[in-house]
Ligand binder design. Sequence first.
Ligand code: GLP
Length: 259
Amino acid sequence: MSAADQIFAMLKESSQSGAPLYLQLRKSIEEAVNRGLIGPGDALPSERDIASKADISRVTVRKAVQDLVKGGLLVQRHGSGTFVAPRMERVEQSLSRLTSFTEDMARRGMSVRSVWLDRGLFAPSPDEMMVLGLSSTELVARVSRLRVANDTPLAIERAAISASVLPDPEAIGSSLYATLGLTGNRPVRAVQRISATNLGDSDARLLEVPPGVAGLHIERISYLASGKVIEFTRSVYRGDAYDFVAELRLTGPGEESRP
Ligand code: GLP
C-alpha cells in the first residue's frame, strides 16, 4: 500500500469523529507515523496526491501538514518536499565527568563536525569581565559553533576565553579543549548550570527544529587546577537529543555537601 493509501485508510477510520477535516487528516498522518506505516525520513505523498485520494481540498491538506511541521513530526525541505522527521537517538551524558564535546561523541562512535558561527577577539561584556576576571582594557576570545554529530545538529556553543589564554581563536581545529591543552590550559574542574529554554527562531533554524520547542540552556564555567577561571560557555542544546545523568550519593555524617 502506498503512503497516500495508508493515510487515506487512517482517515476513513476517523471520518465518523465529526472533527474538522484538517484535524482528522492531521490525526491520520500522526497515526500512520506512530504505527510505523510511514517511517522516519520517508517522504510524505504530495499535497495533490493526498487531496485527490482523500477527496479533500489542497488547502485542507496544507493546513494539516503545516500544523505537523510546526509540531516537529514532519520536516519540509525546500525543493524536495515534506518528510517524516528523522527520529532522534538520545545521547545520555554523565554530569560527573569533565569531557569535551569531541570526546563525548567519539566515545559513542559518532562523527563530529562543527560549523563556525563566529570567532575572534572582542571587548568583553560585563558578564565576561566578571566571570573571567577581565578588566575593560583586556580582550576576550569568543568562539561560537554549531556542534553536529552524525550529521545531526545537537548544540550551539558560545565560549568565551581570556585573549591572554587564547590569543588566536583561528588556531582552534576541531576541539577547543585540545587547543587549550596544548598550552597547559585545559580545565580540570567545571560548574555547569542547566535550565529549560524555548528555542528562539535563529537557534531553532540552526538546530533544525521548529521555533519555540523545548531546549536546554547550559552554562559551563571551568577552572584550571590553580583555581583560575578558564572558560565561560553558554550553550543551547536540543531538548529532544540529550539526557543528562548524575549519580547521587548520600553524604555521610559530618561530610559537607558542596556544589
Ligand atoms: C562541551 C562543553 C563546552 C566545551 C566543549 C569543548 O560541549 N559543554 O563547555 O567548550 O565541550 O568541546 P571541544 O573540545 O570538542 O571543542
